[in-house]
Design a protein around this ligand. Structure first.
Ligand SMILES: [Zn+2]
Length: 509
């Protein structure tokens, strides 16, 4: 089944700001509920046999994590000295080599780079201007950022009248004459990341199919700070490819106001284009299991970032917190029965090639995968772990309470609540439905239980995919709490008797 990838980052994000509805996502495999699905209650910790067995080890991990600085020091280097690292750039390959060396120095075993060919999208120079005529004529530059994978404009740019579109429904209701040759500006308001990224991902082709010359999309953020947020688009093969860019919330609102007064024109110039694929790779290291080394708990995040900011929260914090977690287990001399494998996947932002290549490499050994854990939601204050990979958590599916799930699923949630009870002292002692990530999606589709940290995510989308995603946004104390939680979780899952239930999830278009 062909599956279109939508937004390639943060597909599994819970709407922590509202504390209620979970956001749906574009990909058929999202583990989150849709906005209209009933909110899933967060389950509290319940100490049981796992807590009794692992209390001493968990306490050692939590204590060590409170003062260990290696992970944050590495994140600082990655941000300040490697910096942004879009797929296909030399900076990404520098990060890959550096990541492998970091794992080696930390004493992880079987460190390797799995070669992966990644796309190279080049932004080039870009600019935009909004204009009106007559009394009080407006002529001012747009705060814009081309969308990843967009085509460019002709060298001279595109100048066209704007048509303001508040929703896909409104676009559908327009005649081709109303759209043809125009620059469509989408501003649906802010309905959460899952809803808004639909416009970023699919808006360009939806408008292109109706004859639009180009597309501007309000940035997918709830915070208006005059900063555009990039992200990938996905072109429909059947529609003309038109250039597309994100604009700041403020500019989207101003265009909306101006459109009520009369005609508005935009001049857009973008050099964006694709070049030949480049070899990069997934960085892999292990703590080899002492009794069942063939069985694996895989954990990580993505090493690539957008070409703005430093990729600090997205997803430097994810790869470095999982690195810190695995190296803490190693430093403490803990030897889980199963293997814990750390992976920095490549190309999550604009292609998911790393996750797909990793699944291929696993091949028919997929049954040995005990759990897949991905951190890609920032390292803000952690609340607990989310557990996904269920049909009932798919977009549009009817939500199911844990008490109505099959016995093996109920046992799995109980085991996670048991593990969560080990983490009361750092406040991460909850379990919620829904957890996963783009990189582990191909594993989860084949039945591997998926998990991801849940945080308050109070500011994640303020900085996400912008110049502002820099190291200073990552609080070292919260970063270490995320690492501590991941270390306890991965260690117990890799060592305990039995394993979590997994389900082959049917993909939906
Ligand atoms: Zn990400």
């Amino acid at each position: 089944m062909v599956r279109e990838k939508g937004d390639l980052c943060m597909k599994y994000f819970a709407a922590a700001l509202t504390g209620a509805a979970l956001l749906f996502a574009q990909s058929g495999l999202s583990q989150m509920g849709s906005p209209d699905a009933p909110a899933q209650p967060t389950m509290p910790a319940v100490a049981g046999p796992l807590a009794a067995k692992y209390k001493a080890d968990a306490d050692r991990i939590l204590q060590a994590a409170a003062t260990d600085e290696d992970g944050y020091v590495a994140l600082t280097y990655l941000c300040d000295h490697v910096g942004k690292r879009l797929s296909g750039t030399p900076q990404l390959n520098t990060a890959v080599e550096w990541g492998a060396e970091l794992m080696r120095k930390a004493g992880l075993q079987n460190v390797m780079v799995q070669p992966v060919m990644v796309p190279r999208w080049v932004r080039g120079s870009e600019s935009g201007t909004m204009m009106t005529d007559g009394v009080g004529a407006v002529n001012r530059p747009l705060h814009m950022l081309g969308l990843g994978m967009s085509v460019g404009t002709p060298v001279e740019g595109i100048t066209a009248e704007v048509v303001f579109v508040p929703s896909f429904r409104a676009l559908d209701a327009m005649t081709p004459e109303q759209v043809k040759g125009k620059i469509v500006v989408f501003n649906p308001g802010w309905h959460g990341y899952g809803v808004n990224t639909q416009y970023r991902t699919y808006g360009p082709s939806r408008a292109g199919a109706k004859g639009a010359a180009a597309v501007l999309v309000r940035s997918a953020t709830g915070l208006a700070m005059q900063i555009p947020h990039t992200g990938t688009l996905v072109y429909d093969a059947k529609a003309p490819k038109v250039p597309a860019a994100a604009i700041s919330v403020e500019d989207a609102l101003m265009i909306e106001r101006l459109c009520k007064e009369g005609p508005v024109r935009v001049h857009l110039q973008m050099e964006a284009h694709m070049e030949a694929d480049v070899q990069a790779g997934n960085v892999i290291g292990e703590i080899v299991g002492s009794e069942q080394p063939e069985q694996v708990v895989v954990m990580g995040g993505h090493i690539d970032s957008w070409d703005v900011g430093q990729g600090a929260q997205d997803d430097g914090s994810g790869i470095m917190a999982t690195y810190e977690a695995v190296s803490l287990i190693h430093k403490l001399g803990l030897k889980p029965k199963r293997t814990i494998r750390l992976v920095f996947w490549v190309n999550e932002e604009n292609g998911d090639r790393g996750g797909i290549a990793y699944r291929k490499m696993v091949g028919d050994k997929i049954g040995d995968y005990v759990a897949a854990i991905e951190m890609d939601e920032g390292a803000e204050k952690p609340l607990g772990m989310g557990y996904g990979g269920f049909e009932s958590m798919m977009p549009g599916a009817k939500a199911v309470q844990v008490s109505q799930m099959p016995a093996e699923d109920q046992r799995s949630f109980a085991a996670l609540q048991d593990i969560a009870s080990l983490m009361g002292s750092i406040g991460t002692d909850t379990v919620s439905q829904g957890g996963g990530g783009s990189d582990i999606e191909p594993l989860v589709a084949d039945g591997v239980p998926s998990l991801s940290p849940r945080t308050t995510a109070a500011h994640y989308f303020d900085w996400h995919h912008t110049e502002a995603d820099t190291l200073d946004k990552v609080d070292p104390v919260e970063f270490n709490k995320n690492a501590a939680m991941l270390a306890v979780e991965a260690y117990v899952l890799a060592d305990m008797d039995g394993r979590l239930a997994g389900h082959k999830v049917t993909m939906r278009e």
